[in-house]
Design a protein around this ligand. Structure first.
Ligand code: FAD
Length: 684
């Protein structure tokens, strides 16, 4: 039966197969354990809590040492399931079997793994025992606490009325599924991630949903005001009403809930309330056993509690003063704990991750990393267009937070840059503010993850979607793909991307026009480097028929050579724009590129005549150095293009984009410096 059918009748069940397999295994273990327990020499590792993190720890233990005996306890009336997908289950997007973690518990290699569906009521870290709900005691070699969290219930009147729900586990989801059918107006308290998910899941054609929060916008801790306002608009557009900026005073009703009263005095009539007002770590087992605790069970970076053989992972623990409410850090902690339990080598330390939240509100992507609150020393850069919003916050040139509404293909790469603490150059930030993209085209991430509308071939405006379509339709080689879509037939710089999409890792064909690239590039490089390192000498004697220093001393000759440099540079620049301006798409690109390189080399020769390759002072020196550096970067780019057939596509793409960006970097200040140079010469 489909999940939505279950949801409608308000009952979620695992398949009979899964249930009976687990029950048999459980029974077999109990019998086996009773016989063997006393004689056991190798004591099991015990995990308390069969949520996603506990199950992850179990999986890691089994992979690391299949011979290890592991016992996992869970106290819910269900087989272990993936809590993260509960809202999808309630909304009817998933079937209950999609959530099952049973396959993670039971596999061919799980002979030494046991799941016991009972509650642990006490732990004794000194004698190394756990006691379950029925009074049975078991000894452990190591204990992992993965007891998770419970919902926080605000201390206001009426929270115990009929029709008031929490949303934490499968039992809650079952009750909400049944309630949703009857509810005409559901109020969800708390517009954080869970509240939004609950609100979406509770929507039904005859169920009105209102989201209430005392903060001024939803996801207040993750999103800045602008992103929060856009999310609020989107939620409202999806028929979720929002009441923001006023906290809850009380719930109304005698037996069943009839409404809520906010602190500003307003009343909202409703028949159902979902509390999504936060969570609290389950730390009582540790607390009662005398282990250190704060908000959660205190652990060091090896995930050890104050008792050496007891570890805590997931939402129940507190590491470096932080408690997490999402699953990814828990998985990481479980892996670290297992490595430290298994390995005899140096301990592995856990480092707090940059937390990221990503959700889709009816098709709208919302992403947040690093929260919304930052000290005044940070710099923020934003970009907004057509319903999309992107904000980067940096401290000392490093990304500390990202907010995004709408798709942003660069996100994976940006998270990586942030994680590695990479410095972001100012010109990238200027580019971000004008285009919304921080990274050079193609460097964002794997081209395979680009959205369909992303342009792969700039010369011919061919999108990733068109290319994928052509590949599906049978274009299996670079040549056929180019013939079919025109992609790669312009400058050819997208050919490595096309090869990646084709899963073709063979070196590329040699590009056309490598001879001028190599020759003119070499001459220009020699001229530019000698211009930076030396200058043309003055004659030793004045007794010469022709004094070459007149070239850069005679005012008229200097003007002629100066305007020649300017003219050649201007034409060369125009040639390089061919790729960007669709109206200029005539003739072969390789000819334009060769002409660009040759003209620049001639401009360099004219510059030697104009200056004797003397760098000059102040502004002149800056102008000369910038120009010569531009040429050096251009030469390196020319060589990288001429030789990229010797490289694999990914290397070729990286080197080419590094060359291109350094070439562009030096070209930006040139017009201003040249303008000032001309002004200084003629005006002053
Ligand atoms: C509706 C919903 C949607 C969510 N969506 C996301 C999301 O999109 N992304 C995300 O990253 N996170 C999400 N989360 C949070 C995520 O589910 C949690 O971070 C994750 O489940 C934590 O895993 P855990 O194993 O540490 O704890 P839990 O999942 O809470 O598991 C702990 C288990 O231990 C059991 N237990 C406790 N005490 C005992 C005891 N004494 N004896 C035996 N068993 C015990 C509990 O009953 C529970 O089954 C969502 C949570 C909910 C409720």
């Amino acid at each position: 039966m489909a999940a939505c059918d279950h949801a409608a009748c308000g009952a979620f069940f695992f398949s009979q197969d899964e249930e009976s397999r687990m029950n048999q295994a459980q029974q077999a273990y109990i019998e086996h354990a009773v016989v063997d327990d006393a004689a056991a020499t190798a004591l099991p590792v015990i995990i308390v809590g069969a949520g996603p993190v506990g199950v992850h720890a179990l999986k890691e233990l089994r992979q690391s040492d299949p011979s290890l005996e592991v016992l996992i306890y869970g106290d819910e009336d269900y087989q272990p399931y993936n809590r993260v997908q509960l809202s999808g289950l309630l909304a009817g997007q998933f079937k209950v079997s999609d959530l099952s973690l049973a396959s993670e518990l039971w596999s061919e290699s799980s002979a030494n793994t046991r799941f016991l569906r009972t509650r642990i009521t006490a732990i004794d870290p000194v004698n190394k025992t756990v006691t379950d709900w029925s009074g049975d005691q078991r000894r452990f070699s190591k204990l992992i606490l993965a007891t998770g969290s419970r919902p926080f219930i605000p201390a206001v009147a009426g929270v115990d009325l009929v029709g008031v729900y929490t949303f934490r586990d499968m039992a809650d989801a079952e009750k909400l599924a049944a309630r949703r059918v009857q509810s005409t107006h559901t109020v969800v308290l708390g517009a954080g991630l869970l509240g939004i998910e609950a609100a979406r899941a509770m929507q039904r054609h005859n169920t009105r949903v209102t989201l209430v929060d005392h903060n001024p916008h939803p996801m207040f801790r993750q999103l800045d005001a602008k992103a929060g306002a856009m999310l609020a608009e989107e939620l409202e557009a999806r028929d979720i009403a929002l009441l923001l900026g006023s906290g809850l005073r009380m719930l109304l009703g005698t037996r069943a809930v009839e409404g809520i009263v906010l602190r500003d005095g307003s009343c909202i009539a409703c028949d159902t309330v979902v509390l999504a007002t936060g969570i609290r770590p389950n730390r009582s087992l540790a607390q009662d056993a005398g282990l250190a605790f704060g908000r959660g069970i205190t652990v060091n970076r090896r995930m050890q509690t104050s008792a050496e053989d007891v570890y805590a992972v997931g939402e129940c623990c507190e590491c470096d003063g932080e408690v997490f409410g999402i699953v990814a850090p828990g998985f990481e902690q479980a892996s670290i704990a297992v490595r430290n339990i298994i390995s005899k080598e140096a301990p592995t330390a856990y480092r707090s991750p940059q937390l990221a939240t990503s959700l889709k509100v009816a098709g709208l992507s919302v992403f947040s990393m690093g929260g919304a609150d930052h000290p005044a020393s940070v710099r923020s850069f934003t970009w907004q267009r057509q319903g999309k919003y992107r904000r980067l916050t940096l401290i000392a040139g490093r990304i500390v937070s990202i907010n995004a509404i709408g798709d942003w293909p660069e996100l994976a790469a940006l998270r990586d840059l942030s994680k590695k603490g990479k410095w972001i150059a100012p010109w990238r930030l200027w580019q971000f503010q004008s285009s919304g993209d921080l990274l050079p085209a193609g460097a964002a991430n794997d081209v395979e993850s680009w959205p369909a509308e992303a342009i792969v071939c700039n010369c011919n405006s061919v999108s990733a979607g068109q290319i994928r379509g052509a590949i599906c339709a049978g274009s299996g080689t670079l040549a056929t793909l180019t013939a079919c879509t025109q992609a790669g037939s312009g400058c050819g710089s997208c050919q490595p991307l096309l090869q990646e999409l084709l899963h073709d890792s063979s070196p590329r064909q040699k590009v056309a026009g490598t001879v001028p690239l190599n020759i003119a590039g070499f001459i220009a490089l020699v001229l530019a480097v000698s211009g930076l390192a030396a200058y043309l000498p003055y004659p030793d004697t004045v007794q010469l028929p022709w004094r070459w220093d007149e070239l850069w001393r005679n005012t008229l000759l200097k003007q002629i050579s100066g305007f020649t440099v300017l003219g050649l540079c201007a034409v060369s620049l125009l040639l390089s724009l061919r790729k960007r301006i669709p109206k200029l798409q005539f003739g072969q690109f390789t000819h334009w590129r060769s002409a660009h390189v040759v003209l620049t080399t001639l401009a360099l020769a004219a510059l030697a005549v104009h200056t004797g390759f003397r760098l000059g002072d102040h502004l002149n020196m800056l102008l000369m150095i910038t120009f010569l550096a531009l040429v050096v970067a251009g030469c390196l780019l020319a060589f990288s293009i001429a030789w990229e057939h010797k490289l694999n596509p990914r290397q070729a793409r990286t080197i080419r984009s590094a060359g291109l960006w350094s070439h562009l970097l030096f070209s930006w200040p040139l017009p201003a410096l040249l303008g000032m140079h001309i002004l200084k010469t003629y005006y002053f």
